[in-house]
Design a binder for this molecule. Structure first.
Ligand code: PEP
Ligand code: MG
Length: 323
């Protein structure tokens, strides 16, 4: 099957009835880019930049060091967009294991909360990302947003980083897109707040499921309760896709759901047109898209969205694959 999938590398991901789907790669380090290119990715949908910061005993990478890494990814993707997520540290991705003292780290000072509490660290990262934007198409993605003031402060910090670089005559892309991770239920329930100020959205289903169902994503004792098909989760995903498209902005899913072939048709039925996943999943998902007919998937998806019965939902999602 591997060999056959390999033939799909250059085939565009178009449904049977003619809708083109964008397939992006999730990466942790620039060294993952060749695998993304090899899988025929249309770009990087999620560069988890925190991996540049982890395992260094809390010592931060310098602006130049970060710039070199971001640039390396941008150059490796040969003009395809690279979506760099700003530092998503904390919870399951601690900067320094020894400093891990919060009682509920997943609800604590993580991601954008940490960055706004440490503006110097954030500013250095934003400057490094902007500098890399002079070498290709870069997009900035902000994790864990929930509050309007976090959006405002993030945009103000980006404006400040730009102003500094302009002052220093350093090149960057003035029109770099800025997007929000939708991964806190509050964000999915307050979408007008986001679509007005953001250029794109990316749904982080890993955290969205964790926070919607109050299931620690790394606690094996409750792993059986971690259900991507819970109707509440599906409603939040559907609402986010619909609100983004209504506002005319791109919406991706970059959580694990996007790389699960069993869920490809469900996400297509919910209107998703951008999937970001581990490069290893990309060709299988593409194959599923090539065999999918939106006209047949849509009615079945509407039926799924009307149900509150886990058994009915699970069966109907399986049925989607037989269409
Ligand atoms: C997510 O939460 O779904 C996501 C893509 O980000 P991470 O898994 O890095 O938190
Ligand atoms: Mg997340």
């Amino acid at each position: 099957a591997r060999k056959k999938l390999g033939k799909l590398k250059k085939t565009p991901a178009i449904t049977k009835d003619g809708t083109e789907i964008t397939l992006l790669a999730n990466i942790e380090l620039p060294d993952d880019c060749p695998a993304a290119m090899e899988a025929g990715a249309n770009g990087v949908g999620l560069f988890r930049s925190e991996f540049l910061f982890m395992g260094r005993k809390g010592k931060m990478p310098s602006e130049d060091e970060q710039f070199e890494q971001y640039k390396k990814a941008v150059v490796a993707m040969k003009g395809r967009p690279v979506t760099i997520r700003t530092l998503d540290i904390g919870a399951d991705k601690p900067l320094d294991q020894a400093e891990h003292t919060a009682l509920n780290p997943a609800l604590g000072l993580r991601a954008i909360r940490y960055c706004l509490a440490e503006p110097q660290i954030f500013l250095i990262q934003l400057r490094a990302i902007l500098r890399a934007s002079a070498f290709g198409k870069v997009r900035i993605l902000i994790p864990m947003l929930a509050h309007a003031f976090e959006i405002d402060q993030s945009l103000a910090m980006i404006a400040q980083a730009k102003a500094e670089l302009r002052e220093e005559h350093v090149k960057f892309d003035e029109n770099v897109d800025v997007g929000a991770m939708i991964e806190i239920p509050a964000a999915a329930l307050a979408l007008p707040m986001f679509v007005k100020r953001m250029n794109f959205l990316s749904i982080g289903t890993n955290d969205l499921i964790q926070y919607t169902l109050a299931i620690d994503r790394v606690d094996y004792e409750v792993a059986h309760l971690y259900n991507p098909l819970h109707p509440a989760v599906l409603q939040l995903i559907a609402m986010t896709i619909a609100a983004g498209h209504k506002a005319g902005i791109d919406v991706a899913v970059c959580g694990e759901m996007a790389g699960d072939v069993k869920l490809t048709r469900l996400l297509l039925g919910l209107g998703l047109r951008e999937f970001s996943m581990h490069p290893a999943q990309l060709l299988s998902v593409k194959q599923e898209i090539l065999n999918s007919d939106l006209a047949r998937i849509m009615p079945q998806t509407r039926k799924i969205m009307r149900s509150m019965e886990p058994g009915v939902i699970a069966d109907a999602v399986e049925q989607l694959q037989l269409l």
